[in-house]
Design a protein around this ligand. Structure first.
Ligand code: ZN
Length: 498
């Protein structure tokens, strides 16, 4: 009785997953390879794939198989029960949304994106405000359809980070900012300054060769993935085919290097998820915060650390001897860990970054609760920016209009970045407790013990539980901002001697 229904469920989920992955590949190709006049044709192809993919996820046979399996739960083993539970959640989310609302959201996102690019270029928030208001209204309507009408912002969070809600995140962020703001002020007062601008004129071909060497050593399997160039770096795909991208600027070599290590962290997570189960929760990631924890750990804890550079500095100088001739080892290490206040999130260092996220999280909550009107958003942004970051934007383009996310209706996404930093720091403590001489490996250019630990403890679990449950299971403690604060204090108070 159960076996045919379970097999049917798996085959339908596999079909939906395959269609989704084809859509992803088209999207990757659009960013990386598309000839300039081919956009209209690609838009048609992508729209058809999205339609087919949506149809496959709403397939009535999934609903029938789930109903049959749920009627006899005692016949399911523990793993099957997880697959059914998570498939039910996904299925309800796609089938409870009326097709007209989905179409309206897609249309509005497209119009809103163009309104945002114009508003940002013209520094004209007022022209964009009605689009943002409409996005809020659509998000609330969607929450009503999915049974979250009384908690629309919690739904926005849950869509990216299952298991988290605004109250949980609010508590974590409050404790984090309490510790961070004083650290930021101390570093700002330090006479020690990093000079990443001294690293200039790094030939792009050599940058590409160096980062290939680095990412291979970190463990990225290039037989199941590749790296290419795109305007905005990202990581797409899963299983046997991971597509990462980067971008190069000969005068910003560290940005390209760390962007690539970051995407490699995402890629290693995807490569580590159980390949036989990609169509189900057993082989899928545990939310964007967990995903981000993997990219952040490789980028920051590993890539900006002294042990990593004690191995790679010599190789870096082999490639860029001329450019680094006047840069001492200390200056290089400081440039890699430069902390500079700034107004722009995507340019922020790892100390300031979290404050940018806390600012956005606070404002999103106030927008959803109705406490803050969209028209008053720029003033609220500037005021909170000054309080948290100590700087006030001179205009909305470098303030409230800087990010693309809200123009696509992606509320509740920003917290993932900061949750990722917290999870990374807590996992980092756990792995170093398990392998006390871990960083001695890095100094020899070896990263396999770290990768194996992550594969066994994090990647292999897929989406068996929420990120919060996974952190608890792996580290023995509930998620806390303290490991992140301790890590930042340890690294940056020492570097900046504060
Ligand atoms: Zn990322």
């Amino acid at each position: 009785m159960t076996k045919p229904a379970y097999d049917l469920l798996l085959s339908r989920l596999q079909r939906a997953h395959t269609l989704h992955s084809i859509g992803g590949l088209l999207g990757w190709d659009e960013q990386v390879n598309l000839p300039p006049d081919s956009a209209d044709q690609r838009a048609e192809q992508s729209a058809l794939m999205a339609e087919l993919g949506h149809g496959a996820r709403c397939d009535a046979q999934i609903g029938e198989a789930l109903a049959a399996l749920e009627a006899a739960p005692e016949e399911l083993d523990a793993e099957q029960a997880i697959v059914v539970r998570e498939a039910r959640k996904d299925y309800d989310r796609v089938t409870k949304m009326p097709a007209e609302l989905v179409a309206e959201m897609a249309r509005h996102s497209s119009a809103s994106y163009h309104a945002w690019t114009r508003a940002k270029a013209d520094n004209d928030f007022a022209s964009y405000a009605p689009y943002l208001e409409k996005h809020l209204e659509l998000a609330k309507r969607a929450a009503g359809c999915l049974g979250w009408g009384d908690r629309p912002y919690d739904l926005a969070i849950d869509l990216h980070d299952p298991g988290f809600d605004a109250a949980t995140i609010g508590k974590l962020f409050a404790e984090l900012s309490e510790g961070l703001v004083p650290l930021v002020r101390r570093i700002a007062a330090s006479p020690i300054k990093a000079h990443p601008e001294k690293l200039r004129g790094f030939p792009v071909e050599k940058q590409a060769a160096f980062l290939r060497e680095v990412t291979e050593r970190l463990g990225f399997n290039y037989r199941r993935g590749r790296i290419d160039v795109s305007p905005h770096p990202f990581c797409e795909g899963n299983g046997a085919d991971i597509r990462m991208t980067t971008r190069y600027d000969k005068d910003l070599p560290l940005s390209s290097l760390f962007g690539s290590i970051h995407e490699t962290g995402h890629g290693l997570y995807e490569q580590g998820l159980p390949m036989a189960h990609h169509a189900t929760a057993l082989g899928q990631h545990a939310g964007m915060g967990m995903h981000e924890s993997q990219s952040r750990m490789w980028e920051n804890q590993v890539g900006r650390g002294a042990a990593f550079w004690s191995f790679f500095e010599a190789r870096y100088r082999d490639y860029f001897g001329e450019q680094l001739a006047g840069v001492s080892a200390e200056e290089l290490h400081l440039a890699v860990n430069a902390v500079e206040p700034g107004l722009i999130r995507v340019e922020a260092d790892e100390v300031h970054y979290n404050l940018h996220i806390i600012l956005r999280f606070e404002l999103e909550q106030r927008l959803f609760s109705g406490e803050l009107a969209v028209a008053d958003l720029p003033a609220a942004w500037n005021e909170r920016c000054e309080a948290l970051l100590g700087q006030r934007p001179a205009n909305d383009a470098e303030g409230v209009l800087q990010d693309v996310h809200w123009s696509g209706g992606a509320f509740g996404y920003f917290p993932s970045y900061c949750l990722g930093n917290m999870i990374a720091a807590q996992l980092w403590d756990a792995v170093r407790a398990a392998i006390p001489d871990l960083e001695a490996d890095f100094a020899q250019g070896r990263f396999d013990r770290l990768l194996t630990w992550l594969q066994e403890n994090v990647h292999a679990r897929g989406r068996r539980g929420s990120a919060l449950e996974l952190v608890q299971a792996v580290t023995g403690k509930s998620l806390s901002p303290q490991p992140l604060l301790a890590y930042l204090e340890d690294r940056y108070a020492r570097l900046y001697q504060v």
